[in-house]
Design a protein around this ligand. Structure first.
Ligand code: CA
Ligand code: CA
Ligand code: CA
Ligand code: CA
Length: 324
């Protein structure tokens, strides 16, 4: 990834221009909405945005169409959402990670009065939910770019806790976990913007790096939006290209490719199942208009919703890797 090098060079040459260029300029390169966003467990997506300036979550439940606003932190310390189901009740838990200290704060949906706080990771680490033993429950994990390491925690079926260290990835990769091989256990995946390669360390190969898959799909400045878009239980490698507003699909099982043009320049792409048929819809969020754009590509139907939220709000994607 050469953004930082180019940008710092430009900063050196054109400081005034750079300031103008970067004002409100958010460059997203990974939008990892694979973990879902279903707070009420009706199998349909609950839309939500996070305003980092006020530590406030705005969301709408699909079951009653009501809007909710919840302020989580009084300080302006930047916490980032790592939403997933950590207690296994199929409701997405509103969890946060503090990047400077490695603190996790999990609000379990099954225990509304309890907020669990613990430390896992430190400065520079990326928080990632994983389910490496296929229990249907996500466990907190971190990926450490500085030494290319996953630090996995897992609760085994007998209730005992285990830890695992796996080597994978390099600095400025986008890392996430998803079931790629279809055994219901998370595989550990990184996407390298420099060359567009996805590197997949598979649970079915007991996380043996020498048996990992390497697939080229995408290039620098694309935004990865992986999910299981044909509902065959295998995560598909998908990216959205801001330059042509096109989604590029590579379906894992049948190994087929397709493309769909949807969205507007400068949107943030994500995916989530809105109608409950287990196939995620293509979604983009427009920061300028503060609107959701949704495409159900099976039914060929699109819709748009405007929300009254602060301009600094962005979609509450479980892991949004970006440069500001
Ligand atoms: Ca829902
Ligand atoms: Ca839950
Ligand atoms: Ca699939
Ligand atoms: Ca759907």
């Amino acid at each position: 990834m050469k953004y930082s090098v180019i940008l710092s060079l430009l900063l050196f040459i054109f400081p005034a221009w750079f300031e103008q260029y970067t004002k409100d300029k958010l460059i997203v390169f990974a939008s990892l909405s694979y973990y879902g966003s279903d707070f009420d467990n009706d199998k349909r997506c609950d839309f939500s945005v996070w305003d980092n300036n006020t530590s406030t979550l705005y969301y709408q439940l699909s079951s009653n169409q009501q809007f909710y606003k919840r302020k989580f932190f009084e300080t302006r310390i930047p916490y980032e959402p790592v939403f997933a189901d950590y207690d296994g009740d199929r409701k997405t838990d509103q969890a946060f990670f503090h990047r400077d200290s490695g603190q996790w704060i999990i609000n379990y949906s099954s225990k509304p009065d309890i907020q669990e706080k613990f430390f896992l990771g430190s400065l520079g680490d990326i928080p990632i939910p994983t389910d490496i033993n296929g229990r249907g429950v996500q466990d907190p994990t971190i990926w450490r770019p500085n030494n290319s390491t996953w630090l996995l925690t897992a609760v085994e079926k007998d209730g005992s806790k285990s830890k695992k260290v796996i080597l994978e990835g390099s600095y400025q990769d986008a890392a996430f976990s998803a079931d790629f091989d279809g055994d219901k256990k998370s595989d550990l995946i990184v996407w390298r913007p420099d060359d567009g390669f996805w590197h997949i360390v598979k649970s079915s190969a007991d996380f043996d790096f020498s048996e990992s898959e390497h697939i080229k799909h995408g290039e620098e400045r694309d935004i990865i939006v992986p999910n299981d878009y044909n509902n065959d239980g295998k995560c598909d490698l998908v990216f959205w290209r801001p330059d042509d507003q096109t989604w590029y699909f590579r379906y894992t099982g049948p190994n087929e490719s397709s493309q769909i043009k949807f969205g507007y320049k400068n949107d943030i792409p994500l995916s989530c199942d809105v109608d409950g048929d287990s196939v995620p819809e293509l979604i983009t969020w427009s920061r300028a208009k503060r609107s959701w754009n949704v495409l159900n590509f099976r039914k060929q139907e699109s819709s748009s919703y405007k929300w009254e939220v602060p301009e600094s709000s962005i979609p509450t994607v479980s892991i949004l890797q970006s440069y500001e």
